[in-house]
Design a protein around this ligand. Structure first.
Ligand code: NAD
Length: 243
């Protein structure tokens, strides 16, 4: 079903984004890898190894013009934009009384406005195609809140409202929009946390282990393939949050 389609994955150079790009390539999707700083030739070769096309596009998704350029390049080079995964994200943790205005703005601009920027441009293409799937990477922190992550939690909660609104706007054309809320996933983002904190986190997870980027990628592919789920938040968190 995804074979021959085009998937754009933001922040795909490493971590969860990289696993998502590989998972779509395995399904036969052509891949547009978005990166901010650098992307390895090795990753491009891994993806091409699945017999699909792969291009890497440098763009800062928090920048409106960069996001437009990313989506336009994807459409021009690949012919369509069928799946958009808004994965690019940053943290700038601190207690609110110590948090700088810049750290608040940077997190909101990347994690939340970045998704607006890409959806704004890809949405028009998908509406014309009358098909498409958008998956936004939120976080359990957007559902629960977290000490030291007011900016991040606000951005990830915002992603949920944005997802549900876009799902309602695009539903009549068969385009689905969903969010994934990962819990504690082993990547560079979590490896910077103190070992003691990581241990405490894992102890608090019902499944008693951290998730892998591949656990998240599998769920993203599922939401892209399924054509009757929209406006939902799927937790991939070992049971951290049970609604
Ligand atoms: P990561 O730091 O390994 O990867 C994030 C990627 O986003 C990097 O490649 C980075 O260059 C890219 N990026 C950052 N700002 C960008 C910008 N402005 N434009 C383009 N690319 C940009 O982190 P990760 O753990 O793989 O996180 C991926 C996503 O999953 C993020 O949205 C994160 O908030 C979310 N998430 C992660 C966890 C976790 O436990 N790791 C949990 C919940 C949610």
């Amino acid at each position: 079903m995804l074979k021959g389609k085009t998937a754009v994955v933001t922040g795909a150079a490493k971590g969860i984004g990289k696993a998502i790009a590989i998972a779509f390539a395995k399904k036969g999707c052509n891949i547009v890898l978005n990166y901010r700083n650098a992307v390895s030739e090795e990753l491009i070769k891994i993806i091409e190894g699945f017999g699909v096309k792969c291009i890497a596009v440098k763009a800062d998704v928090s920048n409106f013009d960069d996001a437009e350029k990313l989506i336009k390049t994807a459409k021009d080079e690949m012919g369509s934009v069928d799946v958009l995964v808004n994965n690019a994200g940053i943290t700038r943790d601190n207690l609110v009384i110590r948090m700088s205005e810049k750290d608040f703005d940077d997190v909101i601009n990347t994690n939340l406005k970045g998704a607006f920027n890409t959806i704004k441009h890809a949405g028009g293409i998908m509406l014309k195609q009358k098909e498409g799937a958008i998956i936004n990477i939120s976080s359990v922190v957007g559902l629960m809140g977290n000490i030291g992550q007011l900016n991040y939690a606000a951005s990830k909660a915002g992603i949920i409202g944005l997802t549900k609104s876009a799902a309602r706007e695009f539903a009549s054309r068969g385009i689905t929009v969903n969010a994934i809320a990962p819990g504690f996933i082993t990547t560079d983002m979590t490896e910077v946390l103190k070992e003691e904190f990581q241990k405490r986190m894992i102890d608090s997870i019902p499944l008693k282990k951290a998730g892998t980027p591949e656990d998240v990628a599998e769920a993203v592919v599922f939401l892209a393939e399924n054509r009757y789920i929209t406006g939902q938040v799927l937790n991939v968190d070992g049971g951290m949050v049970m609604n």
